[in-house]
Design a protein around this ligand. Structure first.
Ligand code: BG6
Length: 478
């Protein structure tokens, strides 16, 4: 572990992301003793706030022992400054220098965490570059959060503008799905077990479905969400990352570059999504629950989708002709993210007279991390019937004292270590946008209205029909 003193600067410290994710993750690392002994965490934002009020604001989301919480909070400071004014950053720079001098160390590292809205991304980056990065004596790294643009052009603009300011090695683009335990387990499952590889192709698999469901609506985030919609918010990034890991060829090694090279190669084989193979929806409200259009910040005539399902085709020898179905939505019947691999029925099937389902391998990313394989077995007893059962590897039952770190904990730790493995590379981002931009443009040009669906339902009716059209068979149980 690097013991060099560390200053973490959280830009946008008064915002939601900082409060709900960044600070709790830093606290998690503190509890695990993974921050250097000499660490300070400086929040920077526009809002004027007394330090104590700021601490109160963040402490409501910190979970753990009270005395540890107080120790952690004593490392936290707050400075209010403008985002678009060099003088503000210069003043802040002096404050940082003074705090760091107390350590009396020849080197200090600085980690800048940008928890800010995309509209001020570039001005803040410029502020960091001009006034805050260290010129010598330690590293300065920048952690950035999506959205990385709205389409191919804006993403390219962002990438090139950031490139002028920072080197790729110092930039850490977060896709927090990559920090999730089960997402990391995908490569282990695929490449460390010999039983899967021979089956992992279109000869044996009939479809792969990746589902992201939330049982809450936009809840006050409507202003942000309406500009982006579910395709940009979840599908283009989180679900494409999962798809890449499920479908890529084995990398040459486990190095960050080799893994990303394989992901990029895979993404390059994916054809742009077609409108006639897409379903999108928007949730309605009822007497008790507000609908999407009732959310503050959402225009009453918004046609932004809160649900999307789309089919992807990977044009390579392993997958050509086999559908990948991606589905994501808010305000649905449950919270669940999973990968569902549905196998083909055996040839010359002997049990034609019985109602049987296909084998499925399910990797549940959250909640309740699990891997399970649906199998058919003979019902025990005298009858000759077949029933579906599961080989079940639920983490909760399998691993004692399970204490899984939050995705953000792992990612912040990796950025401190300088490990790029779980971060998004610029070319990866570019290709992901190439897959979606034609669809997004068509939807917007033609002003296509999303299909309404009930809050708490499975989503638009056409989404299940889409899966069925591409051969997915719904099974019972689990
Ligand atoms: C974020 C999206 O990136 O991911 C949110 O902006 C979404 O809209 C969230 O709710 C889901 O993350 P998780 O970790 O709760 O699945």
């Amino acid at each position: 572990q690097d013991l060099t003193p560390l200053t973490v600067v959280v830009l946008g410290a008064s915002g939601d992301l900082a409060k709900k994710k960044t600070y709790p993750a830093l606290f998690g690392l503190y509890l695990r003793n993974l921050l250097p002994k000499n660490t300070i965490i400086y929040g920077y934002a526009r809002s004027h706030m007394e330090l104590n009020d700021f601490k109160k604001r963040i402490s409501s989301y910190l979970k753990g022992d009270e005395s540890k919480k107080q120790e952690f909070l004593s490392m936290c400071f707050y400075h209010s400054g403008k985002y678009d004014e060099k003088a503000s950053y210069d003043q802040f720079s002096e404050i940082l220098k003074k705090s760091e001098e107390k350590w009396n160390s020849t080197s200090v590292n600085r980690l800048f965490y940008m928890a800010i809205p995309p509209s001020i991304f570039l001005e803040v980056s410029k502020g960091i570059h001009d006034s805050l990065i260290l010129k010598s004596g330690g590293w300065s790294r920048i952690v950035v959060e999506k959205p990385f643009g709205k389409d191919l052009d804006s993403s390219r603009h962002l990438v090139t503008s950031l490139k002028k300011l920072f080197m790729e090695k110092d930039l850490f683009r977060i896709d927090h799905y990559l920090g999730k335990e089960m997402v990391q387990n995908l490569m282990v499952l695929r490449f460390a077990n010999s039983v899967f590889e021979p089956l992992w192709n279109k000869q044996h698999i009939s479809s792969i479905t990746i589902t992201f469901k939330e049982n809450i609506g936009t809840e006050g985030r409507g202003g942000y969400f309406d500009e982006f919609g579910i395709i940009r918010d979840v599908m283009q990034n989180h679900l494409m990352q999962v798809l890449s890991l499920v479908a890529m060829e084995p990398p040459v090694s486990m190095s960050a570059d080799d893994i990303t090279n394989e992901k990029v190669r895979l993404l390059r084989c994916i054809q742009p999504v077609r409108l006639d193979e897409t379903v999108f929806g928007q949730y309605l409200g009822n007497d008790k629950i507000p609908g999407y259009l009732d959310d503050e910040g959402v225009p009453k005539d918004s046609i932004t989708p809160t649900y999307a399902a789309a089919v992807f085709w990977v044009n390579n020898p392993r997958w050509r002709g086999m559908p990948f179905i991606l589905k994501c939505g808010k305000a649905l019947d449950e919270r669940k993210t999973e990968v569902r691999i549905q196998f083909k029925a055996p040839e010359n099937f002997l049990f034609k007279d019985q109602d049987i389902t296909r084998n499925e391998l399910v990797m549940r990313i959250q909640p309740g991390e699990a891997v399970y394989l649906k199998l058919l077995t003979k019902k025990p007893g005298l009858e000759n019937t077949i029933e579906q059962t599961e080989l079940d590897l639920s983490y909760k039952n399998r691993f004692e004292n399970l204490d899984l770190p939050d995705a953000y904990e792992r990612l912040i730790l990796d950025s401190i270590k300088g490990d790029h493995n779980l971060f998004v590379r610029d070319d990866e981002l570019d290709i992901a946008w190439q897959i979606f931009t034609p669809l997004l443009e068509q939807m917007e040009k033609r002003h296509l209205k999303p299909e309404p669906y009930e809050f708490g339902s499975r989503g638009p009716k056409s989404a299940d029909e889409l899966s069925k059209r591409f051969g997915f068979q719904r099974s019972t149980g689990y």
